[in-house]
Design a protein around this ligand. Structure first.
Ligand code: NAG
Ligand code: NAG
Ligand code: NAG
Ligand code: NAG
Ligand code: NAG
Ligand code: NAG
Ligand code: NAG
Ligand code: NAG
Length: 771
């Protein structure tokens, strides 16, 4: 059944507006001290594209442009540069490449595309070598390449193992000394193959003339579950244009393909070709049908146990939803993939050219079933055009685990994190904008975006993620270096409340040391750890009674906050800041009840702006409500200049309903204006409204993006002192500013982040957006 992009577009736009868009709880900008990263870089070495961890996890090998590097990893996960091999292309090959109208600066170089272990003493590596792919061995004892006596590097033809063009995606996996690759086989880049080579087995290829792969196939991953009952098969993941649907529009589909290790090729039919190649479509669609059909990358969880093995893929769409790119994460169980490969084949009717399920006789043993033995020529002829499975592979709950509008994910790395309440899956998702999101999967169904880190300069898309769980580190290779991203920094959460609300499986609140700490180092049995990944409920977690012999956490430990006292002259402006760390929380101010109805207090984003007057003195508190839980984050006393304690006449015995209001913006609703519109119109308008809101929200998001924890120390108060308003704070508190004013009856209006002061002398405007 053909998809209808336009109706889907509307549906998705509408849906994205109705369903709350998942947001990272905290976003750390580049250079934020709360999520600092170390960077390795080296003059002249670029494009750190391939990573390989040694078996003892002490060494990391990195394939870069014209180089292969060797690092040791210390206990903190920091890379220590040891040795390098310089492996540029020959001048002759470069000039040949340039003569074919390729760039000497971005293409005619040796981009590393394969770096795999072959045995205990050697690595196997391939590079694009200026559109002339080559491979060679690296001796690990000396960390040098396979060389002739006169020091020349000896190389082998790398066709079918490395692509020609560095833009082309490839994949490779080493199995029993044989390399299995998926890549482009020719210079033009229109002949993809799945290839086996290197060992003692017959080299095998996919058959080009039979259309097993579409000329635009682009490979994103390959796997062999070595050491498990499933080790007899090798899986490939890729995207390609589909042939099996009759559309006018070019339709991309995502695929998983499978070949058998014991395949020896045919004798007369399918000589030196796979006789076990099968492929199936991967389905990843929004519940309304919008297809996320383009597989970007894939990672495996539990490769050690085929019963539990599950692939996580990041998908984008060939179409745009709401004018911007969107992404989804779908998971596919190995068992489900196997079930589809055991089902019906698809076949093409020679006359109508339509693809239908094959329901006729199937050879025994089934083609592609990896049983030992030779197939007859008749069976092989059947195999030639029965390589596509009729059924599609769907995620366990049919639908994506995560859908994100307005952002394209490019890479995924996956970890399983053991905790007291079970093992949690954590996904690290690289984005097209150079950032990384960390997401926890709860109950295989729901998810929570713990944090986002902006990592790469110039919004370079994340192309290489390498997870080293044992080192608690994620390495991000990019054009200019390698970033070392610790899997978590638990100490950014300074209270039990925050530690629990963060829902980071790597972190838990340690009651003994009263810190949010890395939870997997629970060696001290005396320590009492608090964590609630499932619900993130700090109420039940942090306020439970501790075990015998422990003092309960005091209020300032469960929930420390910004506290300050200010004295300011009358008629000065005072800005009070509410540290808004979580995008998932809503923040409200409680402040003294005003006597007059004039606007003495306005809120603008995270700042409360007040005119200091008799009736604005008193206690100001900022409260956060997150996950149904309310807690205080800031508390300020504003006192009169004499420094005399002001007990505001109302502030002591105000009831909650009076306190818990932010002054403006609530109360008015224009809803009734809309109700008049007829039902039919409403639905149309709604879609349009959503579309507008959707675009507008992106802008708004950019403006109101919450920053990671900026330290108060970095804020200078010098601007304050330059002004002649008197403003003292007894602590170095974030961003307080005083502006002198004249006239006793000033009021304020807020409009577009600009505070307008209505004084008897006229209107003065002050921009508060930079507060
Ligand atoms: C973790 O966060 C704390 C508090 O913000 C900061 O002092 C520390 O440097 C951070 N550590 C890392 C590795 O980012
Ligand atoms: C590429 O070629 C241009 C001229 O053909 C030359 O100026 C430039 O230096 C070359 N770049 C490199 C990296 O060799
Ligand atoms: C490892 O592989 C290399 C390259 O094929 C070979 O020269 C070497 O002898 C092998 N070493 C062992 C211990 O098998
Ligand atoms: C390589 O893969 C990326 C997705 O990861 C895709 O956007 C790009 O088009 C692919 N390149 C080619 C040449 O197919
Ligand atoms: C959690 O993972 C560990 C291995 O890391 C495994 O031994 C254990 O059985 C798992 N627990 C659960 C509840 O799945
Ligand atoms: C928390 O309050 C207790 C007293 O209730 C005090 O001893 C302790 O120093 C305070 N801790 C912090 C971090 O302010
Ligand atoms: C601020 O003022 C309040 C009330 O006057 C007082 O209880 C508190 O100790 C003061 N706090 C600081 C940090 O000076
Ligand atoms: C949290 O606990 C307090 C009492 O300890 C209770 O009054 C409040 O309703 C609880 N809030 C939630 C959201 O459970």
């Amino acid at each position: 059944m053909p998809w209808r992009p336009l109706s889907m577009f509307l549906l998705v736009t509408t849906l994205s507006c109705v369903l709350a868009e998942p947001m990272p709880r905290i976003t750390f900008q580049r250079g934020d001290p709360g999520r600092s990263v170390k960077i390795f870089n080296h003059e002249g070495i670029r494009h750190y594209d391939r990573f390989l961890l040694s078996e003892d996890q002490q060494k990391l090998y990195v394939g870069a442009q014209d180089y292969v590097l060797h690092f040791s990893i210390d206990n903190a996960g920091t890379l220590e540069f040891k040795k390098h091999i310089h492996w540029p292309s020959d001048q002759k090959i470069i000039s040949n490449c340039v003569s074919k109208a390729k760039s000497n600066e971005t293409e005619c170089l040796n981009f590393n595309r394969v770096l795999l272990p072959i045995n205990n003493t050697h690595l196997y590596t391939c590079g694009t070598n200026a559109f002339s792919p080559v491979c060679t061995y690296i001796n690990l004892e000396t960390f040098s390449m396979y060389e002739s006596d006169d020091g020349q590097i000896i190389t082998f033809d790398g066709r079918g193992q490395s692509p020609f063009d560095p833009q082309h995606n490839n994949t490779a996996v080493m199995v029993d000394g044989e390399i299995y690759t998926g890549t482009m086989y020719n210079f033009k880049g229109n002949e993809p193959i799945i290839f086996r080579n290197l060992g003692t087995k017959t080299p095998l290829k996919t058959e080009t003339s039979l259309g097993w792969l579409h000329p635009d196939a682009s490979f994103v991953g390959s796997f062999n579950l070595a050491g498990t009952p499933a080790e007899s098969k090798v899986y490939f993941f890729f995207q390609e244009t589909a042939r099996e649907f009759d559309f006018f529009e070019k339709l991309t589909v995502s695929r998983v393909a499978r070949v058998c290790k014991n395949d020896a090729g045919g004798d007369k039919v399918l000589q030196k070709k796979w006789t076990t190649f099968l492929k199936a479509q991967l389905l990843c669609s929004h519940p309304d049908g919008f297809p996320f059909n383009v597989l970007q990358h894939v990672a495996i969880l539990h490769p050690e146990d085929p019963e539990r093995s599950i692939f996580y893929g990041v998908f984008s769409s060939q179409w745009q939803a709401g004018g911007s790119s969107s992404s989804a994460v779908c998971s596919f169980r190995l068992k489900e993939i196997e079930r589809v490969f055991d089902g019906n084949y698809k076949e093409q009717n020679k006359e109508s050219l339509r693809w239908t399920a094959n329901t006729g006789q199937v050879p025994n043993p089934r083609p592609g079933s990896c049983v030992p033995g030779k197939f007859s020529d008749t069976d092989l002829n059947f195999m030639k055009d029965h390589f596509l499975m009729d059924e599609k592979v769907s995620p366990p709950d049919q639908f994506p685990l995560l859908i994100k509008q307005g952002l394209r994910y490019t890479r995924i790395a996956i970890d399983s994190v053991p905790t007291d309440s079970g093992n949690y899956t954590v996904m690290f998702l690289g984005t097209e904008k150079g950032s990384l999101q960390k997401v926890v999967v709860v109950n295989d169904k729901s998810f929570h975006i713990i944090e986002e880190m902006e990592l790469l300069p110039n919004q370079e898309p994340v192309q290489n993620l390498f997870l080293a769980s044992s080192k608690r580190m994620l390495y991000v290779g990019y054009s200019a270096g390698i970033q070392h991203v610790p899997l978590a920094n638990c100490s950014v959460y300074t209270s039990c409340f925050e530690c629990v609300l963060a829902r980071d499986p790597y972190c838990a609140w340690d009651v003994q040391s009263r810190m949010c700490r890395w939870a997997q180092s629970k060696s001290n049995t005396l320590t009492y750890w608090l964590q609630d990944i499932e619900n993130g409920n700090p109420n039940s977690t942090c306020l439970t009674s501790p075990p015998k012999g422990r003092t309960p956490a005091s209020a300032n430990e469960t929930n420390p906050m910004t506290v300050a006292n200010y004295t300011a002259k009358y008629n000065t402006i005072l800005k009070l800041k509410c540290p808004q760390r979580s995008t998932l929380a809503s923040y409200t101010w409680r402040h003294p009840l005003l006597k007059s109805s004039e606007k003495q207090i306005v809120t603008s984003q995270d700042t409360l702006v007040i005119i200091v007057r008799g009736d604005t003195l008193g206690l100001y508190e900022c409260w956060a409500t997150e996950n149904g839980f309310t807690y205080q984050v800031a508390k300020y006393w504003v006192k009169d200049p004499s420094g005399v304690e002001v007990t505001h006449r109302d502030s002591q015995n105000m009831d909650d309903s009076n306190m818990d209001t932010s002054l403006y913006g609530n109360g008015h609703s224009y809803y009734t204006h809309f109700v008049v519109v007829s039902i039919l119109l409403v639905s149309t308008l709604f879609a349009i409204l959503c579309f507008v809101l959707y675009n507008w929200r992106d802008k708004l998001k950019a403006k109101t993006k919450i920053q990671g924890c900026s330290t108060p120390e970095t804020e200078k108060l010098s601007d304050t002192t330059r002004l002649n308003g008197i403003c003292h704070s007894n602590r170095n508190i974030p961003r307080v500013c005083c502006v002198p004013m004249s006239g006793a009856d000033s009021t304020m209006d807020v409009d577009n982040n600009t505070v307008k002061l209505r004084t008897p002398n006229g209107v003065a405007a002050e921009d508060v957006s930079d507060v």
